[in-house]
Design a protein around this ligand. Structure first.
Ligand SMILES: C[S@@+](CC[C@H](N)C(=O)[O-])C[C@H]1O[C@@H](n2cnc3c(N)ncnc32)[C@H](O)[C@@H]1O
Length: 394
């Protein structure tokens, strides 16, 4: 691959082109066209997957569990939980991730790298974020070709971290069906198994034992992430505690220019949870760049999302009627009387060349807030509209 390095640093190149790129995405209808295709594919895939009365019963059984019990790992063991989750959330969260990426670009906090970006998506589920990220980088590379700006030619390599094998198998089958393959895709099942420094050390020793030429260089290549995405995964204080050690191992290993994107809810216990997450990230030496910007699907997105949701629901109802408990929670949103889709709060952190201490981070954040350079809470991308009954991870 050609050497891909801007002469004035990655942030400068993003700053210089951000408006043109965001206009380019609009002109190309990039988000909307890819959402339309994804909606069409998801509809056909679920229609194909749910074929009998028994499938329909299993689907309807999974819906309330996915809505109200998604912090419970047993939910993801229900046979049609990934299908129910995708029906409720995949398209809307795809759009929200897309807006989060646009926001990162607009605030020049979008990760780029010399040979393309290694992305680590923690708690991938059926994969709304990875689908959006893969597509977004494809558009960026196409833009780079149009603009003859090689710094934007950014192949992205995805590493998905997902514990539920039903989710993993669902993603694999769906992407095969929708012909959305990702080159160099890696799957890790348990977040708690990731220990970048230790794994590099072990690999190096093994390769040295085997007298492999270039053992050091080869070992250095593993777990080198430029972009870590954590979407609807840290949903309560217990989860943060459970994953704290692994998150510290991963975050403290990130190199300058790396970005962490946290997507989650905004109300209830979330502000406190985000504060605790901030502390953990600061202690790992990263700096807060986006603090609580809200993203949600726009009206045009909702039309596409809702049409798909209704078509899928009609199909399943033909096989087995919608039970009353499901109808109570989703019918108002399906009818357009209540919102479908939710709102996410996003936070982004960047590793600077100089490692940041917690104190320096806090001082920096206050200074930036004073200058109103960063997005303050309650600012939104997109306009108000519909909402599927909120899941417990929001
Ligand atoms: C609420 S879902 C979020 C899915 C997706 N990121 C989104 O934004 O919609 C959380 C996911 O984390 C997965 N998960 C839970 N514990 C995990 C672990 N230790 N390692 C990897 N994935 C895990 C669950 O199986 C579930 O699919």
């Amino acid at each position: 691959m050609a050497l891909n390095r801007p002469s004035h640093g990655w942030r400068t190149v993003v700053q210089r082109h951000r408006r043109t790129f965001l206009n380019y995405l609009d002109t190309e209808r990039a988000r909307l066209s890819s959402l339309e295709v994804l909606a069409r594919d998801l509809t056909a895939f679920l229609q194909n997957l749910i074929r009998t009365g028994d499938d329909a019963i299993a689907f309807w059984e999974a819906v309330p569990r996915v809505i109200s019990d998604c912090d419970n790992q047993e939910t993801y063991e229900l046979p049609l939980a990934p299908a129910a989750y995708s029906w409720l959330y995949l398209l809307d969260r795809y759009a929200r991730t897309w807006y989060a990426l646009e926001h990162l670009f607009n605030t020049a906090c979008f990760p780029l790298a010399r040979y393309g970006v290694n992305v680590l998506d923690i708690g991938t589920g059926p994969g709304p974020s990875v689908l959006a990220i893969g597509e977004f980088y494809k558009h960026l590379s196409a833009f780079g070709t149009v603009m003859q700006e090689s710094a934007f030619e950014q192949p992205c390599r995805l590493t998905e971290v997902e514990l539920s094998w039903l989710n993993n198998s669902f993603r694999g089958h769906f992407r095969e069906f929708a012909r959305r393959s990702f080159e160099g895709l890696t799957l890790i099942s348990d977040l708690n198994s990731i220990d970048p420094r230790e794994e590099r050390r072990r690999l190096r020793e093994r390769l040295l034992d085997e007298e492999v030429w270039g053992a050091n260089e080869e070992a250095q290549l593993i777990h080198r992430y430029r972009f870590v995405v954590i979407s609807n995964f840290i949903t309560n204080p217990e989860k943060l505690e459970l994953f704290e050690v692994s998150l510290r191992r991963i975050l403290s290993d990130l190199q300058p220019g790396s970005v962490v994107l946290l997507i989650g809810g905004s109300g209830g216990h979330y502000p406190k949870l985000q504060e605790a997450f901030d502390r953990l990230v600061f202690e790992s030496g990263l700096r807060l760049r986006v603090a609580g910007t809200k993203v949600r699907s726009r009206v045009a997105d909702t039309e596409v999302i809702l049409t798909a949701a209704r078509t899928i629901a009609d199909h399943v109802v033909r096989l087995h009627p919608m039970p009353r408990d499901v109808s109570i929670s989703v019918q108002p949103a399906l009818d357009g009387r209540e919102p479908w889709g939710g709102r996410s709060s996003i936070r982004a952190y960047r590793r600077n060349a100089r490692r940041d201490t917690g104190a320096r981070n806090a001082a920096h954040l206050r200074a930036r807030e004073r200058k109103a350079e960063i997005q303050v809470p309650n600012e939104e991308t997109g306009v108000e509209f519909n909402n599927v009954p909120k899941s417990t991870d929001e």
